[in-house]
Design a protein around this ligand. Structure first.
Ligand SMILES: Cc1cc2nc3c(=O)[nH]c(=O)nc-3n(C[C@H](O)[C@H](O)[C@H](O)COP(=O)(O)O)c2cc1C
Length: 150
């Protein structure tokens, strides 16, 4: 399963590397276990047409507004949005997983919610900062189920 992400300060990258290691451990006891291929999107990457389905992992960076009754401006992560908008990539996106910080209250994980709306895909899950072991197990289970049902 392909997991696309952007990570400005490294939290999402750390989470995904740990998720990938967790999946590799599961694979040792269950040959049918899901495996993950990670692809980091950044400002220097070449845009490509995604040929396989993917899940997008989206941290939240917003400036201004409260995300509810006045506007917020996405900053730093727009390259991921543009990558998903590129050619037919949005049609291959199965869903988004958001990350953020609950100190931002109602803006928590708002960018992932906005992507879900824009690309008409489910927001599958969320986690805070680098995520806990429980987050890894929970998100692993959800992605495994998605793989089994698709
Ligand atoms: C300038 C700035 C703005 C942020 N805005 C939000 C926000 O609106 N909502 C939220 O849930 N988290 C917000 N965060 C927290 C980040 O989403 C969080 O630290 C995340 O783990 C960063 O992921 P990364 O290290 O992979 O880039 C913000 C962080 C910074 C530095």
């Amino acid at each position: 399963m392909n997991l696309l992400y952007i990570s400005i300060s490294g939290n999402t990258r750390s989470f995904l590397k740990r998720l990938q290691s967790f999946a590799e451990e599961q694979k040792r006891v269950n040959t049918n276990a899901v495996t993950f291929t990670l692809k980091e999107i950044d400002d220097n990457c070449l845009f490509e047409s995604e040929l396989e389905p993917f899940i997008a992992f989206v941290p939240t960076y917003l400036e201004g507004g409260n995300g509810v009754d006045n506007g917020t401006q996405e900053i730093l992560t727009e390259t991921l949005r543009e990558y998903i908008e590129f050619e037919n990539n949005a049609s291959r996106c199965l869903g988004v997983v958001g990350s953020g910080n609950k100190n931002f209250n109602r803006q928590y994980c708002l960018t992932a919610k906005q992507y879900a709306q824009q690309f008409d895909v489910p927001m599958l899950e969320d986690f805070e900062l680098r995520g806990t072991s429980a987050d890894i197990e929970r998100i692993y289970a959800i992605l495994s189920e998605l793989r089994d049902n698709s």
